[in-house]
Design a protein around this ligand. Structure first.
Ligand SMILES: C[S@@+](CC[C@H](N)C(=O)[O-])C[C@H]1O[C@@H](n2cnc3c(N)ncnc32)[C@H](O)[C@@H]1O
Length: 434
């Protein structure tokens, strides 16, 4: 890596909390080459001084973030939130004569907060909630405010919802203005100390959504950010992370399952069981496309299990996986899917991920989950071993190789995640990765 890129990347990593992939570093290098020439700079320290200027900082940071998002991403979590948690928050908020308050941290181009707004509109409670959405990337925020999306962004929405909330503009879809106005977009760097704050609306919240953001952060910073999030929440509030993001067991949060998803709550508030809705939830209109009839061929059964899991119908998906296993078919995939369905019960999930890895030692995502389950169960030695194996295997494959098209996970990212995780554990690999 060029010396200037190394110096500037180290400075930006400190300010943002991010860990950069080789692709991001090469994008930064291209940017710096042009910038140094335009500004007639040769000394990295001189350029770093210029980064004090927010405009320059934002220009540089724009090269370093990952854009991957779409409407209704991981719908099981949205559905569970609307059905099991929001009614309680609304009731409490009504008693205190205030709206229920939600924050999407790392909102990218707006699909996540707008999904919440559409679901609230469908449930008839749009005027009783406030949604704050923040990101570090100014271009994404501008796109979010414009509210114009590609077909790919909206493809999980049902035709009825698309018709009701969007107008077609050439090949694009423009979101209805009342929904756009509902979300308050702001710039906020999660690597800083600007939250909680009443000034920017990040205090006294009912829920924080920070999904698929912290996977790109340095592990030590993740803990700092999580602690800040818990301070942003009012009593009883929840934190929603991405569906494969699990926190170590000794952190000050506990898992709360709700419907087919899980959320985190600050430990002091730990409720014994999942809460039933405080007021009867309005019948939820599902906004995914209608299901095709179930098929019987084993290959089709696996697809059907995946589709049911995607639609949040975990019990039915799990039953199909068990049937496939009993019939000795698609074992690796069935075990992996069962593991994902059991994520809220790490000891169960772990058994399935182990089987998937036994059947296919190159199954890198199963290895990542295995390591995270070990971590969650407090088994540091096993977790370190799993991260080490994952790191070696991921590094041996092309960094850009895409493992999960929907989640945008590449081998390079997994190598980074493993390297990062290993810094926590003493031993030769931890040293090597430091
Ligand atoms: C992969 S997207 C996730 C979008 C959305 N939450 C979802 O799950 O669909 C990650 C987002 O995090 C943002 N991000 C990365 N580092 C950040 C930081 N330090 N502060 C705020 N946002 C950040 C990126 O700009 C990007 O928009």
């Amino acid at each position: 890596m060029h010396e200037r890129t190394e110096a500037v990347a180290a400075y930006l990593a400190k300010l943002t909390g991010l860990v950069f992939s080789p692709e991001q570093l090469s994008a930064l290098e291209d940017f710096l080459r042009a910038r140094f020439s335009l500004l007639h700079i040769s000394d990295p320290a001189e350029y770093i001084a210029r980064l004090e200027d927010p405009a320059e900082f934002l220009e540089a940071v724009d090269r370093l973030t990952v854009k991957e998002t779409f409407f209704y991403r991981h719908e099981a979590q949205f559905d569970a939130f609307m059905e099991h948690l929001l009614p309680g928050f609304l009731a409490e908020a009504a008693e205190e004569k205030r709206p229920a308050r939600l924050w999407c941290a790392g909102c990218c181009t707006g699909e996540e907060p707008y999904t919440l707004a559409i679901l609230a509109a469908e449930a008839g409670c749009l005027d009783r909630i406030e949604i704050l959405a923040t990101d570090i990337h100014k271009g994404y925020l501008e796109a979010a405010m414009a509210g114009v999306y590609s077909r790919r962004s909206v493809e999980k929405l049902s035709p009825e919802i698309l018709e009701k909330y969007f107008s077609k503009k050439g090949e694009s879809f423009r979101l209805r203005e009342d929904i756009r106005r509902k979300v308050d977009f702001k710039y906020l760097n999660l690597g800083g100390t600007f939250f909680p704050s009443f000034l920017n609306g990040t205090a006294g919240l009912d829920a924080v959504f920070c999904r698929n953001v912290l996977i790109y952060f340095e592990k030590a910073r993740v803990r700092e950010i999580i602690v800040r999030f818990t301070d942003c929440l009012r009593d009883g509030g929840v934190l929603a992370l991405g569906h494969s993001e699990m926190l170590p067991q000794d952190w000050p949060l506990s898992v709360q399952t709700a419907g087919e998803a899980f959320f985190y709550r600050p430990k002091k508030e730990e409720p014994a069981v999942a809460q039933p809705p405080v007021e009867p939830a309005k019948p939820q209109k599902r906004i995914i496309s209608p299901a095709p009839p179930p098929a019987e061929a084993p290959g089709a059964l696996l697809l059907e299990a995946e589709r049911l899991a995607d639609a949040g119908r975990a019990a039915e998906a799990a039953a199909l996986c068990r049937r496939l296993i009993k019939e000795n078919y698609a074992l690796e995939k069935a075990h992996y899917l069962l593991g994902l369905l059991e994520l809220a019960r790490p000891e169960k999930a772990l058994e399935h991920f182990k089987k998937a890895v036994y059947l296919n030692p190159g199954h890198l995502q199963a290895r990542l989950h295995l390591a995270q389950c070990d971590e969650k169960l407090g088994r540091a030695g096993d977790a370190a071993r799993e991260y080490r194996n994952l790191g070696h295997l991921a590094a041996a494959r092309p960094p850009g190789e895409l493992l999960d098209a929907e989640e945008g996970i590449t081998c390079g990212m997994l190598a980074l995640i493993a390297g990062n995780a290993l810094k926590k554990y003493p031993g030769p690999d931890a040293e090597k990765n430091r």
